[in-house]
Design a protein around this ligand. Structure first.
Ligand code: NAP
Ligand code: GFB
Length: 324
């Protein structure tokens, strides 16, 4: 980035992805490999409720960012989305419009916002790529979240066409790692299984129940890998077109393999059983990372089993302070 002082405001900085970016930036600082002209500010909802325009403006007035990584959102797993589609739509629409409009008003040079591979059309060809965001309705389980996220792309085009701003977005696949949300009423599958299997292990439970059939397929990216790609995107990606940040198509795994990996990481010896009365959600959302690979040729993703082991170890060590 330019030689002038750079102030990067990370909204949603206290969450799973935000904490991973903080870790990566602090690692760079300790190794002296970062940009000395960059100041990074990580904010959570206690620093300002971004659903409120006045609090959003006050946050920007305080920090005067030149760049923004926009992560703040109402986020949750399949079951939380199914039960709260209206809230996911309204809250995220408010947050996104405030952050992008206030970024525009305060002259922010670049904003990188966050979509998700779950927002693509449910009826689609595979692999999904960046051109397909608006090609049809999303899966019914999370239409609220999906449409709110798609509006980020629409807003980005508007700020670019009307005002020449570099407001862009990345599209991660499912993310997991340290500092995840382990609250069972809202969590994604990996933190939910890690937390529930920890309880099963401690209780000596002979069986462990995975919700659904275990057949759905997912691509999972380790939060620290995503964080490195986010920092790269902020510094080097200047297109308004979304950029998928996902592991390779062949790294897609069934939920049953996720459960087995968590079982191995926990050292749990009970039997895994499946409750097929519970929803499976989308069967698959296989995304292509071809565009990313063409830009970051030699990026190495952390092997899935190692990332799962690191996350289980982190949870066991931090469960008192974790979001549970
Ligand atoms: P997370 O752990 O739930 O963190 C959400 C962050 O947003 C927290 O810092 C939270 O602050 C903040 N936030 C929520 N509501 C806010 C509000 N009204 N005002 C200000 N801040 C607010 O979520 P995450 O998994 O890190 O997700 C980060 C981004 O990645 C989101 O945009 C999400 O859509 C996207 N994404 C996530 C996944 C995934 O699998 N996790 C996959 C694809 C895309 P508090 O901590 O104070 O509540
Ligand atoms: O991460 P997850 O909740 O969301 O994964 P999605 C749901 C899959 O894991 C379903 C199975 O097939 C569930 O049946 N599963 C098994 C469980 N046991 C559990 C459990 O204990 N908890 C949970 N949560 N799932 C989300 C979107 O879809 O993807 C969000 O709804 C978000 O909007 C996220 O974008 C990244 O991957 O199905």
């Amino acid at each position: 980035m330019s030689a002038d002082k750079t102030v990067v405001l990370v909204t949603g900085g206290s969450g799973l992805v935000g904490q991973a970016i903080r870790t990566v930036v602090e690692e760079e600082k300790s190794k002296g490999t970062g940009d000395p002209d960059e100041t990074w500010v990580f904010c959570g909802s206690k620093d300002g409720d971004l659903r409120d325009k006045g609090q959003t403006e006050a946050l920007f007035e305080k920090h005067k960012p030149t760049h923004v990584i926009h992560l703040a959102a109402m986020v949750g797993g399949l079951f939380h989305n199914m039960a709260h589609n209206l809230d996911f739509f309204r809250e995220n629409m408010a947050i996104n419009d405030n952050v992008l409009h206030v970024s525009f008003k305060f002259g922010v040079k670049k904003v990188v916002s966050c979509l998700s591979t779950c927002i693509f059309p449910d009826k689609t060809t595979y692999p999904i790529d960046e051109t397909m965001v608006h090609n049809g309705p999303p899966h019914s389980s999370n239409y609220g979240y999906s449409y709110a996220k798609r509006m980020i792309d629409i807003l980005n085009r508007g700020y670019h066409e009307q005002h020449g701003r570099t407001f862009t977005s990345v599209v991660p696949c499912n993310v997991f790692g340290p500092h995840d949300n382990f609250r069972l009423d809202s969590s994604h599958v990996i933190p939910a299984l890690i937390r529930r299997m920890d309880t099963a292990l401690n209780d000596g439970a002979p069986t462990f129940t995975v919700l659904g059939s275990g057949k759905p397929l997912r691509q999972f990216i380790y939060s620290l890998d995503l964080a490195r790609l986010f920092v790269w995107t902020l510094r080097h990606y200047d297109s308004v077109e979304p950029l998928i940040l996902s592991v390779d198509e062949e790294d897609e795994v069934p939920i049953s393999a996720v459960a087995e990996a968590i079982k191995k990481a926990h050292g749990y010896t009970g039997q895994i059983v499946y409750d097929t009365s519970k929803a499976d959600g989308q069967y698959k959302k296989t995304a292509s990372n071809k565009k990313l690979r063409s830009l970051c040729k030699d990026f190495h993703f952390t092997p899935f089993e190692q990332a799962i082991q690191d996350t289980v170890d982190w949870f066991k060590k931090n469960k008192e302070q974790a979001r549970t």
